[in-house]
Design a protein around this ligand. Structure first.
Ligand code: FES
Ligand code: FES
Length: 169
């Protein structure tokens, strides 16, 4: 089938099998290697992307659903002004070990921050990031990084404005 959709602000057209997953399209066909396969069944969050404005696991999205959609991967988020602060917080808190889970966590962090109007507490962060698994078990440091980020009012608002720039044209 022929699909056309927007990825990181750019229009893309591809011929794909309807059974192909968004994960494969992004990683294999479009070379967006931040989108990783962990469990392949919606449990680990390694394949997380923003899909029509919502954080989703791309291993669960079949090709036919991608037609007409708007997708943002970590590669797109890196272009956002707020990205540097997110990266810095993860590094300063020592939240990166092998790095396999990182892109999924960052996608979830942006999706979380863009909905946040006030600083987050630990329980709330745990709940919101529950869909992301870290094989290196660096959860405490990741939660600390996100808590720190949620204290920054400009950052909480910035991703919303900037992500919307991509998603709602
Ligand atoms: S690979 Fe998609 S949730 Fe694990
Ligand atoms: S840092 Fe290794 S899987 Fe999370």
């Amino acid at each position: 089938m022929r699909i056309s959709f927007i990825v990181n602000g750019k229009s893309v057209e591809l011929d794909v099998s309807p059974k192909k997953r968004l994960l494969d399209i992004l990683h294999d066909d479009l070379d967006l290697i931040s989108v990783k396969e962990g469990c392949g069944k919606g449990e680990c969050g390694a394949c997380a992307v923003i899909f029509n404005g919502e954080r989703v696991n791309s291993c669960l999205i079949p090709a036919f659903q991608t037609d007409g959609s708007e997708v943002i991967t970590l590669e797109g988020l890196k272009e956002l002004p707020g990205y540097a602060a997110i990266e810095r917080a993860y590094v300063e808190h020592g939240a990166v070990q092998c790095g396999f889970c990182l892109s999924g966590f960052v996608v979830s962090t942006v999706a979380f921050l863009k909905e946040k109007k006030s600083p987050a507490d630990e329980e709330e962060i745990k709940e919101k990031l529950a869909g992301n698994l870290c094989r290196c078990t660096g959860y405490t440091k990741i939660i600390e990084a996100v808590k720190d980020l949620s204290l920054q009012e400009d950052l909480r608002r910035q991703p919303e404005a900037e992500v919307s720039h991509y998603v709602k044209k």
